[in-house]
Structures are given as structure tokens and as C-alpha cells.
Unconditional design. Structure first.
Length: 240
């Protein structure tokens, strides 16, 4: 008695699907592992996100500290300067270094995690600004001087740093309005108010300077002519 067995086509198709599924899972697993261990993977992205969060948290913490120092000095009848503010900041355990500069009206603050910030404070106008300027890499941070030249109607800036300066930017009302890819710059300004000059070093670290442009009243030009007819020794008989 001959028994014929018919091939089960459904079973064959199921086996093929299973093999394809396993192959897809292997490929997907490889991609995930590559992302986790790669330079641009999940771990790296997470580290960048945490780093940025800490960077902003320290900035907010520094802002609150600066305001509290100004308020405490005001209540005590003292005038806050960048030097006195820097001294008070060093009382905080999370602040590693605070270097004041009375000429540029700022303090370079380095926190315990190595983040660097520039605290600008002008006791005459009460202007307080805090900017993140990078991370301490063991080398000098950029130096920057900037001022308004009334005779030229321009903001003059000079920046330097070991390793070079990539560019200098002029910022007005939060927008970059002019850029110079040099270590010195002369920016023509037409609007009054506060301008910000930003120097960016080749390593990415930054430095800011604030420039105030005030309106000027120009003396009128009076032209005197000595021509025409005289009357009683005065010119003007003929309305000239």
C-alpha cells in the first residue's frame, strides 16, 4: 500500500517567514548596539543632553547668586562692584574661581564642573548679564576690549587668545548684525542703545563685551556772509 505525503506548503512558508524574522532581528540588534557604542549613539546623545542641562542649571544658579549679592549690599548700604561680587561668590563651595576685571566690568567664573561664565555688572546703570563662555580646558580664555568711538560712529573691538580668534560678532537686540573673521573689528553703528560684542576663539570658547551707544546733539552750523549792502555799518540792507 503506497502512501503519498503531500508537502505542507503552509509549514514551508512559516519556516521562511521565521528565518526572515530572525535575520531582521539580528540586523536591528546590530544597529542598536552600534548606536549605543558609537560616537553618535544613544549614550553620547544622553551625555550631551545632561551636560547641556547642567550648563544651564549653573547659569541660573549664578544669576540667583548675583542678584542676592546685589540685594544684600543694597540693604546694607554698600555699593556692589565686580570685585566685591567676586569675593562674595568665592564663599560658595560650587564656585571654583571668580576673576574680576574692573575695566571691563565683568567676572570670569569657573564652577566645580569646569563650566565657565562671564558675569557683567555695571554699578552705574545696574545692568547685570550672565553668559556661558565655554568649558575650562586648562588654557587662557579669550580677552576682549570693545568701546564706542563717537568720532567714527563705530564699535571698535580687539580680541586675542592663544590658538587664535575665529571671529568677532556685533549683536543688537539679540541678533547678530555684523561679523568680522579677524581679531580686530570696526563695526559701524547707527542705532542708540546697548550693543554686545562677542569674540569666539578657535577652540569654541567665547567672551563678551557690552558697548553703550548714546545719542549725540550736534551743534548747528551757522554760516556768516560779509557780502551785500550796509545800513548803519550793518550788513542786511538788501536782506543778504
Amino acid at each position: 500500500m503506497n502512501i503519498k505525503v503531500r508537502p505542507n506548503k503552509e509549514a514551508g512558508i512559516t519556516l521562511i517567514v521565521l528565518i526572515v524574522t530572525v535575520m531582521l532581528l539580528v540586523i536591528l540588534t546590530s544597529v542598536v548596539v552600534a548606536q549605543i557604542t558609537g560616537d553618535e549613539g544613544i549614550i553620547t546623545s544622553t551625555e550631551v543632553a545632561v551636560d547641556e542641562y547642567d550648563y544651564q542649571q549653573y547659569k541660573e544658579q549664578l544669576q540667583q547668586l548675583a542678584h542676592s549679592i546685589i540685594l544684600a549690599d543694597s540693604l546694607a548700604g554698600r555699593t556692589t562692584t565686580v570685585t566685591s561680587m567676586a569675593e562674595d561668590m568665592l564663599n560658595e563651595t560650587w564656585i571654583k574661581e571668580a576673576v574680576p576685571n574692573e575695566e571691563s566690568k565683568d567676572i570670569i567664573v569657573t564652577v566645580d564642573k569646569g563650566y565657565m561664565y562671564q558675569v557683567y555688572y555695571d554699578e552705574l546703570t545696574g545692568m547685570l548679564e550672565i553668559e556661558g563662555i565655554g568649558k575650562d580646558d586648562g588654557s587662557a580664555y579669550p580677552t576682549l576690549t570693545a568701546y564706542y568711538d563717537e568720532t567714527k560712529g563705530s564699535a571698535e573691538a580687539t580680541a586675542s587668545r592663544e590658538g587664535g580668534i575665529a571671529r568677532i560678532e556685533l549683536i543688537y537686540k539679540g541678533e547678530v548684525v555684523q561679523t568680522a573673521n579677524t581679531e580686530t573689528a570696526s563695526f559701524e553703528v547707527t542705532e542708540t542703545g546697548w550693543y554686545k560684542v562677542k569674540a569666539i576663539a578657535n577652540n569654541g570658547n567665547e567672551r563678551y563685551a557690552n558697548v553703550r551707544v548714546t545719542g549725540k546733539i550736534k551743534a548747528p552750523i551757522i554760516a556768516i556772509t560779509s557780502s551785500g549792502e550796509k545800513e548803519n555799518s550793518w550788513y542786511g540792507k538788501d536782506n543778504v
